[in-house]
Design a protein around this ligand. Structure first.
Ligand SMILES: [Zn+2]
Ligand SMILES: [Zn+2]
Length: 334
């Protein structure tokens, strides 16, 4: 099984480099808000350009071949560097000393990492979201609304805009994460992330592709209502990626009072606890990057050191173990 994931990974990495240059070089940021497409285009053209744009984007990331942003703002190598950094920390100073260097499901999770960060966007999300944004704009157009920006921050200094996006988005995502635990049909998808039984940094991006759809659609409207004057939010995305890796890694870094602000492995491990008290059955410690929301709203829970607690959820033993089965899970009704 392990070998299959390694082979697929090499194929993905190879594709970006060798893909023939048939495609437009219009670079589209996979993780930024998708911009409005001029209206004359048919939906078919939008879908086609969504795919082509993303191929071009992925290829330019892998080969450093872009001039619309500084060379160092590279998501592809950013993900690899951050992953290597936490892998090294786990090896040098592990929290659970008996955990294998390549823990259970390490390769599966590495595959998820590239799938959710790049490949999923390539396969469906980019094209689908451009269609949805256009449909949404067409729909607003029926009522004569051409602009939903309600809060203008474009004249603020760059750091203030970045900070605003970071805090607002983190709070929206904290709420979406609560929904994933609260509603049964969403929880079935979110179980993929909670099926991790041995924790390590790569578990961060093990989640069902439907979570991409749920998060990005629910956060789209509130974020589109804020008028940002920046094109690149690289720093925000890379920072949240790094903290997400940190929360899942097998290391112990005492944050002191900063633990009330930032999520950390000692807090997030309890989010993955198999057993919670009855009154906490819809989950605890929902933090993504900022732990402050859990402390403010009383969903924080660290009863004792969680280093060796059992992870998962009741019935995790029967949950599918491979990528394909995990990703069709949630659509089946037994
Ligand atoms: Zn969760
Ligand atoms: Zn997690």
């Amino acid at each position: 099984m392990k070998r299959i994931y390694i082979v697929i990974l090499i194929v993905i990495l190879g594709m970006g480099v060798t893909m023939p240059d048939l495609l437009a070089q219009t670079a589209i940021e996979g993780t930024e808000l998708v911009e409005e497409v001029p209206e004359e285009k048919t939906y078919w053209q939008i879908i086609k350009e969504g795919y082509e744009g993303y191929w071009g984007y992925l290829k330019s990331e892998v080969t450093f071949n872009y001039d619309y942003k500084p060379w160092w703002q590279n998501y592809f190598y950013g993900l690899i560097l951050i992953s290597l950094f936490f892998m090294l920390l786990e090896w040098v100073a592990p929290w659970r000393k008996d955990q294998a260097k390549f823990r259970e499901d390490f390769w599966l999770d590495t595959f998820y990492m590239f799938f959710n960060f790049f490949l999923f966007s390539l396969i469906v999300y980019n094209a689908a979201s451009m269609v949805m944004v256009n449909l949404f704009n067409d729909f607003l157009g029926l009522f004569g609304v051409t602009n939903i920006v309600a809060i203008h921050v474009e004249s603020w200094p760059a750091w203030a805009q970045l900070l605003t996006l970071f805090v607002v988005r983190d709070f929206i995502q904290w709420n979406i994460h609560r929904l994933l635990h609260r509603f049964d049909f969403l929880w079935e998808f979110h179980k993929v992330h909670h099926s991790v039984q041995q924790m390590g940094f790569a578990a961060h991006l093990r989640y069902h592709w439907m979570e991409n759809v749920v998060y990005r659609s629910l956060e789209y409207i509130p974020l589109a209502m804020i008028g940002f004057g920046l094109e690149q939010f690289f720093i925000v995305h890379i920072f949240t990626l790094a903290v997400g890796h940190f929360n899942h890694s097998n290391i112990n870094v005492p944050l002191g009072p900063l633990k009330y602000v930032f999520n950390n492995p000692q807090m997030h491990i309890w989010h993955h606890a198999e057993h919670l008290p009855e009154e906490r059955r819809f989950g605890v410690n929902f933090a993504l990057t900022l732990s402050v929301w859990d402390y403010l709203f009383g969903t924080n829970y660290i009863p004792h050191e969680g280093r060796d607690i059992k992870l998962g959820f009741p019935g995790v033993e029967d949950f599918p173990k491979d990528f394909v089965q995990q990703n069709v899970h949630g659509f089946r009704r037994e």
